[in-house]
Design a protein around this ligand. Structure first.
Ligand code: 6PG
Length: 498
């Protein structure tokens, strides 16, 4: 009897991302076995013309046991378990976490042999990946938690992938992951996928990717909003502006889709679709995680935090509608030069974006120290150069900056970015000033500028905070005139006052 065919990799979870990754793997020559809890999804997927065209390179399984039985040893099983959709509800409260993975691991464990590999390709909180990697290591199973970015299209044509976990697993999945990932470089042969680091490092980096994505989206929305409200621009005019910007240093996937969004009409009403969309932003939680973890580390990732809050206040629709009737603001109209202002908004967007990426890299460096990873920031910038949602031409510059100086403390100190922000700052300040004068919220631009001004301040008023803390709670302080000494405490009430 002929030996039963064995497959290179198994994938569980046939939602859109899972399906597209499977087809991508088969296109790159790998034989894939698939499974989904709702088994009718397996049959439906295999019956699609695209799956049919793959012949015997694709096979279905109706149980985890069957899936495992179809795989070459050491087995590789990728989980693409979908996190729940957050419905953009008027009162946003949905941040579901990816707990289902533990249940699948428990089910898989008795079916696997030592040396087999489990891969989680979802947006998982990195602490779960840290825990799972160690738990499985003790049981002889190799675990990978990988970021997969690029949405449906990315999964099908080439995502950016950020794997971390058990380093012994990497050589086993590397050929598959690097084959299916997006490619960049002059010859389109540099994969946007490389080993990130131990345990949860891959998922951490993916989370920062998503947080930076939140920042980018908010900054683009700030630009859209100030242009629309200050200048009263139409969607057609906005399309032209974003089309222009996308030919410059702002060239990126998110600017490109923003440009295109301005052109889409609702098939039902014929009206611009953008204008019909309720202004309540949803979220699945990776931005919130990045913010929470920045607070844990004590690093100021203010762009992502502001972006998360901007989504939160957007979702408070009824409160905003009520407040809009009760609270007043300036009645001023924009009076400057319109073309100049458009150019200034572009500068504000660019400079704020640089601050946002600077914060993301600072957070990753702090996390690497805290959690014991070795992260290569230049390589991470390269992985984000193609395939993912934040892909942008300017990531090449970030890569160069870290290649030149791997210990770069802050992207803003790299000569290229320092000059770019210096060149943009008069315009940037004017946009923030104008937004404040007109009463138009631009939370991303404003918080980025505050970060920039704080970072470049050798002195800040924290001496006052320390004095207050010591006054009411004897929390002590250090002195500028006695370095290396202290801490000091003063009896603020009884001390002689001038
Ligand atoms: C990606 C995206 C993706 C993310 C969505 C939605 O890299 O492909 O980051 O992973 O889940 O963008 O995120 P929110 O629902 O939180 O906006």
């Amino acid at each position: 009897m002929a030996e039963e065919k064995k497959y290179d990799i198994g994938l569980m979870g046939l939602a859109v991302m899972g399906q597209n990754l499977v087809l991508n793997m088969v296109d790159h020559g790998f034989d894939v076995a698939v499974f989904n809890r709702t088994t009718s999804k397996v049959d439906d997927f295999l019956a699609t013309p695209e799956a049919q065209s793959k012949g015997d390179k694709l096979v279905g399984a109706h149980s985890l046991k069957e899936l495992v039985s179809k795989l070459k040893s050491p087995r590789k099983i990728m989980l693409m378990i979908k996190s729940k959709d957050a419905v953009p509800a008027p009162e946003l409260a949905l941040y579901p976490e990816n707990a289902a993975v533990d249940a699948v691991i428990a089910e898989l464990l008795p079916l696997l042999d030592k040396g087999d590999v489990i891969i989680d390709g979802g947006n998982t909180q990195f602490k779960d990946t840290e825990r799972r990697t160690q738990y499985l290591q003790q049981r002889g199973i190799r675990y990978i938690g990988t970021g997969v970015s690029g949405g449906e299209e990315g999964a099908r044509r080439g995502p950016s992938m950020m794997p971390g976990g058990d380093p012994e697993a990497w050589p086993l999945v590397k050929p598959i992951f690097q084959a299916i990932s997006a490619k960049v470089g002059p010859n389109h042969d540099v994969p946007c996928c490389d080993w990130i680091g131990d345990r949860g490092a891959g998922h951490y980096v993916k989370m920062v990717h998503n947080g930076v994505e939140y920042g980018d989206m908010q900054l683009i929305s700030d630009a859209y909003w100030i242009l629309k409200n200050a200048l009263g621009l139409s969607n057609k005019e906005l399309y032209e502006i974003f089309a222009e910007w996308n030919k410059t240093e702002l060239d990126s996937y998110l600017v490109e889709i923003t440009r295109d969004i301005f052109t889409v009409d609702d098939p039902e009403t014929g009206k611009p679709l953008l204008d019909l969309i309720l202004d309540c932003a949803g979220a699945k939680g990776t931005g919130k995680w990045m913010s929470q973890l920045a607070l844990d580390l004590g690093v100021p990732s203010t762009l992502v935090t502001e972006a998360v809050y901007a989504r939160a206040i957007s979702a408070m629709k009824s409160q905003r509608v009520n407040a809009s009737k009760a609270l007043s603001g300036p009645e001023k109209k924009f009076e400057g030069n319109r073309d100049e202002f458009i150019a200034q908004v572009k500068q504000a967007l660019y400079a704020s974006k640089i601050c946002s990426y600077a914060q993301g890299f600072v957070q990753m460096q702090a996390a690497a120290k805290e959690y014991g990873w070795t992260l290569d920031c230049g390589r991470i910038a390269l992985l984000w150069r193609g395939g993912c949602i934040i892909r942008a031409v300017f990531l090449e510059r970030i890569k160069e900056a870290f290649d030149k100086n791997p210990a770069l403390e802050n992207l803003l100190l790299d000569p290229y970015f320092k000059a770019a922000v210096e060149n943009a700052q008069v315009a940037w300040r004017n946009v923030v000033k104008t937004a404040i004068e007109l009463g138009v919220p631009t939370p991303g631009f404003t918080t980025a500028l505050t970060y920039y001004d704080s970072l470049r301040s050798a002195s800040l008023p924290a001496n006052m905070i320390q004095a207050q803390r010591d006054y009411f709670g004897a929390h002590t302080y250090l002195r500028v005139d006695k370095p290396g000494e202290g801490p000091f405490h003063t009896d603020w009430i009884n001390v002689k006052k001038s």
